[in-house]
Design a protein around this ligand. Structure first.
Ligand SMILES: Cc1cc2nc3c(=O)[nH]c(=O)nc-3n(C[C@H](O)[C@H](O)[C@H](O)COP(=O)(O)O)c2cc1C
Length: 344
């Protein structure tokens, strides 16, 4: 893995430098964009990856420390943005410093899109109702850290006002804005509105990343031509890390079942290394069937495995292939690193 550019990540300009090449971004997804998924995306050529959202209050006032599993990088991790949510400038400023010091964030992103009720009133998509609060948060974060600070918004809370919000964030010093093409009240229903995303891209000078409903290569290519600076892939990348290779122009062939089995086995191995075998494989139950979405009849078996040996045997039987434990795709899992280890 190339880590030569690590020191240069500690300066503004991370997004601009990553956007100089083709590719897609791995979306922040609570419960999914963890270290194993980020590693798989990075290996396939993701422009950058974004952590699951992390509570700034938890980092600053809670018991969280550098060991926090959703913040910690894997050894050697690079090009990883840490996303924070919160609603208080001082807390977000200190949270940004800690995200940088503890987790080695390449950039810090402010969550302005989470519609989950428990986040309500504390930040997330509620900031779309009071965007002036978000502008103050963003400038406090920018003051606090010497790296790019960005925000990820939805089109609005209950009405579309993304252009106004994006312009305000730009004026507050945002280096980039990601737009998920739905309002908060829509949650995940309906279709993402890519025309509204394109209007944001036209209205600001900073780069805009578009997010919503990219699940296959034709859609990805269509959205790459929609006027945004890059596209972000979330749900469509679960069990399909090859989308990043497609976006980067590395390959346009779809993986066969043998390759899917190798990648699924690797994901399970990485999960077991990161979380421990028992917990890691429990979490794989929502992921393994996604590697074989075209084989719904396999689903019942794919959600039963409790040990890596069972995963291997099961995948071999289902796909009729042999998974050689000495193969590179089963290489050592990413050690749960610390930031300082990850810079070595
Ligand atoms: C399970 C799940 C968790 C998510 N967690 C976050 C999050 O932590 N922060 C965030 O900004 N967006 C989050 N999102 C939104 C995604 O980043 C993305 O904008 C949205 O899913 C639309 O893109 P997609 O259709 O490619 O998934 C989440 C979405 C899902 C489905």
């Amino acid at each position: 893995m190339d880590i030569s550019c690590y020191p240069t990540q500690m300066t503004p300009g991370f997004y601009a430098s990553r956007l100089s090449r083709p590719g897609a971004v791995l979306a922040p997804m609570a419960g999914y964009s963890d270290a194993p998924m980020r590693l798989l995306a990075a290996e396939q050529g993701a422009l950058w990856t974004v952590s699951e959202m992390i509570s700034a209050r938890g980092l600053v006032l809670g018991n969280e420390g550098p060991d926090l599993s959703i913040g910690r990088p894997y050894a050697g991790e690079e090009h990883r943005v840490v996303q924070l949510y919160g609603a208080e400038p001082d807390i977000l400023a200190e949270g940004s410093r800690r995200a940088l010091d503890w987790f080695g964030a390449a950039a810090i992103d402010l969550n302005m899109g989470c519609p989950v009720p428990k986040i309500k009133g504390k930040g997330g998509a509620c900031l779309l109702l009071t965007p002036e609060v978000a502008y103050a948060l963003l400038s406090a974060m920018k003051e606090a850290v010497p790296v790019d600070v960005s925000a990820k918004i939805r089109l609005g809370y209950d009405r579309v006002r993304a252009v106004e919000v994006a312009q305000g964030l730009e004026a507050a010093g945002a280096a980039l804005i990601t737009v998920h093409g739905r309002t908060s009240v829509q949650r995940y229903t309906g279709q993402a509105d890519w025309e509204a995303i394109a209007q944001v891209a036209q209205a600001v000078k900073i780069p805009v990343v578009g997010s919503g409903d990219i699940t296959d290569l034709p859609t990805l290519q269509l959205r790459q031509r929609s006027g945004v600076d890059a596209v972000m892939v979330g749900r469509g990348a679960v069990g399909n890390p090859w989308l990043f290779a497609h976006a980067a122009g590395r390959t346009h062939t779809e993986p066969d079942d043998a390759l899917r089995a190798q990648a699924a086995m690797r994901h399970a191995t990485l999960n077991a290394g990161w979380y421990g075998e028992r917990r890691g494989l429990l979490q794989m139950r929502k992921v393994l069937p996604r590697y074989f979405a075209h084989r719904p009849e396999w689903r019942e078996r794919l959600v039963q495995y409790g040990a890596l040996d069972e995963v291997r045997r099961g995948l071999e039987q289902l796909t009729g292939t042999t998974l050689d434990p000495d193969q590179e795709y089963l290489a050592a899992p990413p050690a749960p690193g610390t930031y300082s280890e990850s810079r070595l």
